[in-house]
Ligand binder design. Structure first.
Ligand SMILES: [Fe+2]
Length: 307
């Protein structure tokens, strides 16, 4: 078992960002511990995004929850590959313990076991007009070498590449077409964080709610090729690119890995619908704003795998 759970960010004015994500974006309050503010969705994860107060922007980690068997496999492969890693005990809501691993371009992935879940939030129906994400569907990174990043997550994490396009290497860790992807950007950073909405209607109501508050999408609405999800991307006032998305399609274990030639568009098109423009320059600036920063010292993770 392997599931994407949360992302942990650090940035200035964390309390303001937290408030905006609740009042405007639609997340529920996941509480506060010290200088870290938490945001949850309507699903069973105790939080989806952590925002820690910091003098500057950076990504602390992206967290997956998994079975002890999968944790042992990742720990063993990370050790064999010689990646920076360390055992960790989570002090975030939900607790849990496991390892944190640094990939080749500095991406910091945390794998937890024994993390608890919470009761889902019900009643934010169409009638209530409340827009609330359910969970994260994917976290995408920019890469200097996206192919190498795809290779390393297959080898070390046991993830599978679902599709390669001209721009991206899409990777899955379970039946969802992608839980992460590596953009062929030429530099390493956070590309975007995608919040899963219940359905297409919830994405559209989210766009309407954002419009009520004076925010227009930087890209969308549209429907992607790989993953087949409906999307709307925004540049959050506190920096990162965030997305409303429908669930990405589920694929079978024998899904044929697509290549760039399988995912071409007619001229001037970059999605299935072609109804909206993309603010390439604005998105690029926002994507460069969040790099990875390792706040821990590498340490042996042998005890995690019982070696
Ligand atoms: Fe996305």
């Amino acid at each position: 078992m392997m599931k994407l759970r949360s992302i942990e960010l650090a940035l200035p004015k964390a309390a303001e960002a937290h408030r905006w994500m609740i009042d405007i974006w639609g997340c529920a309050d996941g509480g506060r511990m010290g200088d870290t503010f938490y945001l949850r969705g309507s699903g069973t994860f105790p939080y989806l995004m952590a925002i820690s107060e910091s003098a500057d922007n950076f990504v602390r980690s992206t967290t997956f929850v998994c079975s002890p068997e999968r944790l042992a496999q990742v720990a063993q492969a990370a050790t064999a590959r010689g990646l920076n890693a360390a055992p960790c005990v989570s002090s975030d809501p939900g607790g849990g313990h496991g390892i944190v691993v640094e990939l080749a371009e500095g991406e910091l992935l945390r794998f937890l076991v024994d993390a608890t879940e919470v009761a889902p939030i019900e009643g934010h129906s169409k009638a209530s007009r409340r827009v609330m994400p359910v969970k994260l569907t994917h976290v995408v990174f920019n890469s200097a070498d996206a192919e190498a990043s795809g290779d390393i997550v297959e080898e070390v994490l046991g993830f599978r590449v679902s599709d390669r396009t001209k721009g991206m290497v899409f990777v899955r860790c379970n039946e969802a077409h992608h839980s992460t992807a590596f953009a062929r950007a030429g530099f390493s950073s956070l590309n975007h964080v995608a919040f899963e909405m219940e359905d297409l209607d919830a994405v559209m109501r989210g766009i309407g709610n954002m419009r009520d508050h004076g925010f227009a999408p930087a890209w969308g609405p549209g429907r992607h090729g790989p993953g087949d999800n409906v999307y709307a991307y925004y540049i959050a006032p506190f920096g990162p690119v965030i997305e409303y998305s429908t669930p990405v399609e589920k694929v079978a274990p024998d899904y044929r890995t697509g290549e760039p030639d399988d995912w071409t568009w007619p001229e001037k098109r970059i999605d299935q619908w072609g109804v909206s423009d993309k603010d390439f320059a604005g998105l690029r600036v926002a994507e460069e704003a969040f790099r990875f920063r390792r706040e821990w010292q590498p340490a042996p993770i042998n005890e995690v795998i019982g070696a």
